[in-house]
Ligand binder design. Structure first.
Ligand code: KG4
Ligand code: ZN
Length: 338
């Protein structure tokens, strides 16, 4: 089956073409294009929703043409159209959903709505061709921090989540306070490698008690307060040590929750996904958890960690296999899953 997929939930316009056939074990990306708006939003230190919508509108048409060309196919070969319908910035989602609807209607193709969070997890199917549910997963991105239990390709239960900031948002806000360019996650990763993770004690982001939830706002405030206090007192501080200690607090909280989730649910396969899964320290910590607890770890290749349409195409295929088609009344939602 040839899938044409669209992603426009935040600040990347993405179009991909996939060949998928579970029976023959084919999960192949024929093309995957991403038009990033990062340089535009960097001027403002964060994503400006109205600008994001406009940039999606400008990019999506030619990106689609190029994705088909690179995949060496024409519209005739497309069997299925998939699109991110939730969650995300509503104006940004509207661009992708309306484009996909128009494309499917004009070319008489079936349409599937994809949940962005499930899409992030589906990136792991492309990097690990043998991976199949059931498994546990964690999506760590700029907008989401969710611990998920997948029973099959389209059935998921949220067992833990952040109650305030997402982990990537926390990386970006701390980076911004340190004067690093937006988005600061990747630079924090590099600095953390050079610093001493034991030099500063920051609070855990794992909420105490009978819960698998997180709170990242307290950790963020603690790092910002530390920086401001140093500046007010005129004391020297090391960006490397702050990045390393902050990263240790993040990875420590996540692995603590993974150990608890393993105790409760006893899973044997775990998927780490989302933009923050590109973080080298988090990847190492999760791999170490897997080794210790005999859990097989699956993390997408770096090019599929951040927002892309290949992951949306993969999930669209499994939604179609499960019969979850949409009609042309499909509307995006900023929040809800289905
Ligand atoms: O998945 P994504 O592209 O978009 C959302 O769905 O939110 O994630 C973007 C987030 C940003 O917050 C970015 O700073 C973070 O992923 N990120 C990283 C790294 N690379 C990207 N965070 C920590 N370490 C990294 N290496
Ligand atoms: Zn995302």
């Amino acid at each position: 089956m040839i899938v044409l997929a669209f992603e426009s939930s935040c600040d990347e316009t993405a179009v991909a073409v996939l060949e998928m056939d579970e029976k023959s074990g084919i999960r192949k990306i024929l093309s995957s294009l991403v038009a990033s708006q990062v340089s535009i939003h960097a001027l403002y230190g964060g994503v400006v929703p109205e600008i994001a919508s406009r940039a999606h509108t400008e990019a999506i048409s030619s990106l689609t043409e190029n994705a088909l060309k690179q995949a060496n196919i024409t519209v005739k070969n497309v069997d299925l159209v998939g699109v991110t319908a939730h969650p995300g910035l509503i104006g940004a989602l509207l661009v992708g959903v309306n484009f996909a609807k128009a494309y499917a209607y004009a070319n008489r193709k079936p349409l599937v709505a994809v949940d962005h969070i499930m899409g992030h997890v589906a990136a792991a199917y492309l990097s690990h061709p043998a991976l199949k549910p059931p498994f546990f997963a964690m999506v760590t991105s700029g907008g989401h921090t969710s611990l998920l239990s997948f029973t099959d390709f389209t059935t998921v239960e949220t067992v833990g989540k952040t109650r305030d900031d997402a982990v990537g948002e926390c990386f970006d806000k701390v980076a911004r306070t340190m004067g690093l360019p937006y988005p600061g996650g990747a630079e924090m990763d590099r600095l953390a490698t050079l610093g001493n993770p034991k030099s500063i004690r920051f609070p855990s982001a794992a909420i105490q008690g009978d819960t698998l939830d997180f709170s990242f706002s307290g950790l963020k405030t603690a790092v910002i307060n530390y920086l401001n206090t140093c500046r007010q007192k005129g004391e020297e501080y090391s960006k490397e040590d702050i990045a390393a200690s902050f990263t240790k607090a993040v990875t420590g909280a996540i692995t603590e929750r993974l150990h608890e989730a393993k105790d409760r649910y006893g899973f044997t396969k775990f998927v780490l996904a989302g933009g923050v899964s590109a973080n080298s320290h988090l990847r190492q910590a999760v791999l170490a958890f897997g080794k210790k607890r005999n859990v097989q770890i699956y993390i997408p290749e770096l090019s599929l960690c951040g927002d892309n349409a290949a992951m949306i195409g993969a999930q669209a295929y499994y939604e179609a296999e499960a019969g979850n088609f949409s009609d042309f009344s499909l509307n995006p939602s900023a929040t809800h899953r289905r």
